[in-house]
Design a protein around this ligand. Structure first.
Ligand code: DAH
Length: 339
């Protein structure tokens, strides 16, 4: 019996020593200490041992079991510690590596251009106001001296909601809304989205942005208009910029003009950018028509004023030398990230 126990113990110890996984270790436990295990079988055979030998044999069996259990337990602990160690080594984090960049965006070129224009006019004491994108025909046309059947109405291909309501074709209706409030003097710009039933191409879009300007006060003259817009152009395009006013027609201003600036690429000599002209058209302007003032309850004998309208996209395209307006609307980050 003693020899048998010694053999069991020795073989178990060998198997434990050569086990290379927790699963194999468990196999050893089952084979020796399990229900049908070798040592369990010995215990079961105790009944055949003579009563006087039983305590001695029992003690020996217990010692053997204890030794094997201890060895199993220790080896299991060692294996688990080793596994943890290996796991930690594998998952090691190099804190000196550069971190992943988070994708911060930035303002759209239209917004950058708008903020620049706002900065310039706020600096000259103007207020920034907002109007409505869905407007009454009255504000978009009628109150701006464009009555029904006026040919100027044809020039602006309008999206009609119904007979009286339109998607505004210009920011000029904001002039009327501000004048109607009756607080004078007025110095304001009104940026915003406008809509025209236009096909999309490199210079057109059914939805684009304008910035309206309006000044109403006593003794405002065309000289104020010229000085203000010249200053604006110099601030926006550079101190060397010259401006030129060409007579034009807008129903709500009299006289009316379009303002050109010297090409900031060639300084006015003529290049590909200005199509050889040396000048680039940037806005429409004029002295507010007396009839427009009257319709908004301002006495044209007491007050005069000037107004202007700039295309925001046009400024962004010029300032950043972008040759296709569609790029501003496609939201391609490869394009947008360049500004
Ligand atoms: N509203 C005009 C347009 O969309 C632009 C414009 C011209 C606005 C002259 C003005 C102005 O305020 O005085 O074509």
């Amino acid at each position: 019996m003693q020899e048998k126990l010694r053999q069991i113990r020795e073989r178990a110890m060998q198997e434990i020593a050569s086990a290379d996984s927790l699963a194999k270790l468990n196999d050893v436990r089952v084979a020796v200490l399990g229900k049908k295990g070798e040592l369990t079988a010995v215990l079961k055979g105790m009944k055949d041992v003579s009563p006087e030998d039983r305590p001695k044999v029992g003690q020996m069996v217990n010692e053997t079991r204890e030794a094997i259990e201890n060895s199993l337990g220790e080896t299991k602990k060692k294996m688990e510690a080793l596994a943890l160690e290996q796991k930690l080594q594998k998952e090691v984090i190099d804190v000196t590596l550069p971190s992943k960049r988070s994708g911060f965006g930035h303002a759209h070129p239209n917004t950058i251009a708008l903020e620049e224009v706002e900065r310039i006019f706020i600096g000259m004491g103007y207020e920034v106001v907002e109007g409505l994108e869905i407007e009454y025909d009255y504000y978009n046309f009628e109150a701006l001296n464009i009555p029904a059947n006026h040919p100027a109405k044809d020039e602006q291909d309008t999206f009609y909601i119904n007979n009286d309501i339109v998607l505004r074709t210009q920011t000029s209706p904001v002039q009327v809304r501000v004048m109607e409030q009756g607080k004078l003097p007025i110095r304001m710009i009104a940026p915003g989205r406008v809509f025209r039933s236009d096909e999309v191409d490199a210079t057109h879009s059914p939805s684009f942005h304008q910035i309206e300007g309006l000044v109403i006060d006593k003794n405002i003259t065309f000289a104020d208009l010229k000085g203000t817009l010249q200053e604006f152009a110099k601030e926006l395009f550079g101190a060397d910029t010259k401006v030129k006013f060409r007579p034009h027609h807008f129903p709500f201003t009299e006289p009316s003009a379009e303002m050109d600036v010297t090409c900031f690429k060639c300084g006015g000599k003529g290049c590909r950018f200005c199509k050889g002209e040396g000048w680039i058209e940037i806005l429409g302007c004029g002295m507010v028509h007396p009839h427009v003032l009257e319709m908004s309850h301002i006495d044209p004998k007491e007050y005069t004023g000037f107004a202007f309208g700039v295309g925001l996209e046009r400024i962004a395209l010029l300032k950043y030398e972008i040759d296709d307006m569609r790029l501003l609307y496609e939201n391609d980050s490869r394009f947008l990230s360049q500004f």
